[in-house]
Design a protein around this ligand. Structure first.
Ligand code: SF4
Length: 376
């Protein structure tokens, strides 16, 4: 760990670049998540769909959850972004009777490949029967030779507040879940509901219910609370301090403050894209302001700086042990990597396609419904 943070904001116009330079010099540990193209040791050979690929390590596999529309309706939901190249969006696909057989075929093609399970998409816990069968299928794949390093669930918590919540929690324990990233974008219940807009009748919208779910989950797994910075939500050092105090009081071990992903011009100008533009709160200036604000950051220690293939984050530790992460991502960088010819991400969609990115119909590695291998 570094010494206690004392920070003087850089005076250049390019705040983020200057901040990153400062942090690179200060962080006791820098993690490079993305391999350089020439670093063969960081790639795993992958033969799939009749073609050879290089798989960048570490790579996560996401069985994209879309069996039901999400229990929330966040105006900033990236699942409602649309790219110019078109196709049916993942969020609109629903699994049919062949879904799990196809998933089994995709996983069989990945035997021996080092991966991590990253359970995301829409809300995994909205359909408990689907999630329980998914966990069984993934465990069977592990027994069958898929090599798994980490297991993470991204959730808004909704399903844990329903009758089967304890069943899901126990199944995730048996699954060996490493941690949960639990979305809650404000520490005040009414403000959070204005941002996340849970559907009528969802118990998780109620602050006391969420806090009970959080405490229960935190008793079973490491819980990382995810707070998207935004207008109308957390956007000042005072907000950050209040969120951390609330998170600490309810058992979270980590809080991640994340900026809306930076879009590139491949996205259509729809309502979601306009909202992301209008409500964005840049992470770098807020981080600078927090570090310069003694009441907020007194006692914080810098632990590490991670530079990923399309994101970077700074991990800090508060004086009483809470981990705080500030994170930013850039979809232009993600798209450049996904178009590089190497594989950085694996997503299995409800239409049976295994893809090297987030769009069904594009970067298809294997179409489990096709009798012929996919090419291109
Ligand atoms: S909880 Fe997640 S998937 Fe659901 S609407 Fe909000 S951002 Fe989208």
């Amino acid at each position: 760990m570094d010494a206690f943070v004392s920070f003087h904001p850089p005076a250049t116009a390019s705040h983020e670049a200057a901040l990153l330079d400062t942090l690179r010099a200060r962080a006791p540990r820098i993690v490079h998540r993305a391999p350089e193209a020439g670093d063969d040791a960081r790639f795993h050979p992958l033969l799939i769909g009749g073609r050879s690929w290089r798989l960048a390590r570490p790579t996560t596999f996401t069985p994209y959850a879309s069996s039901r529309p999400c229990s929330a309706r966040c105006a900033f939901c990236s699942e409602n972004l649309r790219t110019e190249r078109g196709g049916v969006p993942a969020a609109r696909l629903r699994p049919d009777g062949g879904y799990f057989a196809g998933l089994g075929r995709a996983l069989a093609a990945l035997r021996g490949v080092p991966l991590s399970w990253s359970l995301s998409g829409l809300e995994n816990t909205d359909d408990p029967a689907w999630l329980l069968r998914l966990l069984d299928t993934l465990r069977a794949a592990e027994r069958d030779g898929v090599v798994i390093e980490d297991r993470v669930l991204y959730s808004n918590g909704a399903g844990f507040a329903h009758a089967q919540g304890a069943v899901l929690r126990d199944a995730l324990l048996r699954f060996g879940l490493g941690w949960i990233e639990l979305s809650r974008h404000h520490h005040d219940g009414a403000t959070n509901q204005a941002l996340m807009r849970f559907r009528a009748g969802e118990p998780i919208a109620v602050q006391a219910v969420f806090e009970r779910v959080l405490a229960t989950l935190a008793g079973a797994f490491p819980v990382r609370l995810v707070c998207l910075l935004q207008q109308g939500g957390v956007r000042t050092p005072h907000d950050v301090a209040a969120y951390l105090a609330w998170a600490r009081a309810h058992g979270a071990g980590t809080v991640i403050f994340r900026e809306f992903s930076q879009l590139d011009d491949s996205y259509r100008d729809n309502a979601t894209a306009r909202h992301l533009q209008a409500a964005r709160v840049p992470m770098a200036p807020l981080l600078q302001a927090c570090l310069a604000d003694t009441p907020t950051s007194a006692g914080w220690l810098i632990e590490s700086l991670t530079e990923g293939y399309y994101f970077w984050n700074l991990r800090l530790r508060t004086g009483d042990g809470l981990q705080v992460v500030f994170e930013r991502s850039d979809y232009a960088a993600m798209h450049r990597r996904h178009a590089s010819g190497d594989v950085y991400k694996l997503v299995y969609f409800a239409n049976g396609e295994l893809c090297a990115g987030w769009e069904p119909g594009h970067e298809v590695l294997l179409d489990t419904r096709s009798p012929e291998p996919a090419h291109g």
